[in-house]
Design a protein around this ligand. Structure first.
Ligand code: DGL
Length: 271
């Protein structure tokens, strides 16, 4: 029976895994963090595609029938090519889903003013994936995007809450809000950013609601499996989770626990 693979360039996908496992604890999961090559945020389309495909295939070879790219950068830069070109050639019976569509399908329901702020990595923002997808589902909504290249590093290096980290959080939020658009919803379009929540909150104008993707992705997966019952019946319902990283498993266990809100015991793999 198949497992569900959750992939991220590093730790961020653990925030999505947490939400998915809280909602769908019956399935069996495999998490892979490509920590040795993270962050992906500034890398080219070709490189993000190459790394993401490699990790996806590793998860396929470790009993996963479905892989969720729990990374916005990989979803923005690699998902379409994997779904449309690689999968039909290499693994027709497997499925790969991203985090952008589940988010954009829902995000329009959160705003009253019709103005949404989107923060993400350089790669995610430059791809304009959120612009394109939100326009598709909610054509009347205006989005205001801000690339925050350093935020992933603040999280990965455990600097959250320090004055240096707060400086860069404030810097990007001020930039996003400087045009005085009536933004009432801030979408964290990077799976690392929920870890910066306490800092983000400090520098946000009043009445702006912060949305993390985990619960949206979990709900969308639940609905996907409901709609595709034949595929769902191929999945193991024995529960359980295995963690793998391409870098030190000791570091992964130490840092990953904060993202997953639970202790982790991972294994190092070499791709
Ligand atoms: N977690 C990734 C995302 O959601 C960002 C980390 C990276 O740049 O690799 O975009």
């Amino acid at each position: 029976m198949g497992k569900i693979g959750i992939f991220d360039s590093g730790f961020g996908g653990l925030t999505v895994l947490r939400a998915i496992m809280d909602m769908l604890p019956q399935y069996s999961y495999v998490y892979l963090g490509d920590n040795s090559r993270a962050p992906y945020g500034d890398r080219s389309f070709d490189v993000v595609h190459e790394y993401t495909l490699e990790c996806t295939e590793w998860l396929f070879n470790h009993d996963c029938d479905l892989v969720i790219l729990a990374c916005n950068t990989a979803s923005a830069k690699a998902l379409r090519q994997i779904q449309q070109i690689d999968l039909p050639k290499r693994a027709d019976s497997k499925r790969v889903l991203g985090v952008i569509r589940p988010t954009t399908e829902q995000i329009g329901h959160y705003t009253k003013t019709g103005h949404i702020g989107v923060v993400g990595t350089k790669g995610t923002i430059a791809s304009n994936s959120y612009g394109i997808e939100i326009e598709h589902y909610f054509p009347d909504i205006q989005i205001h995007q801000e690339a925050c290249p350093i935020w992933v590093h603040l999280v990965e290096n455990e600097l959250v809450g320090t004055p240096g980290s707060d400086y860069f959080v404030q810097y990007h939020l001020e930039h996003l809000f400087k045009a005085n658009a009536p933004i009432d919803t801030l979408l964290l379009a990077c799976t690392h950013y929920p870890l910066l929540y306490s800092s983000i909150e400090k520098f946000l104008p009043n009445n702006v609601r912060v949305i993390s993707q985990g619960p949206l992705v979990a709900e969308s997966l639940k609905q996907y499996l409901h709609r595709h019952s034949e595929f769902e019946s191929r999945l193991s319902t024995k529960g359980g989770i295995e963690f793998y990283t391409t870098d030190s498993n000791e570091v992964f266990d130490l840092r990953g626990g904060r993202f997953f809100a639970e202790d982790i015991a991972s294994q190092t793999i070499h791709l």
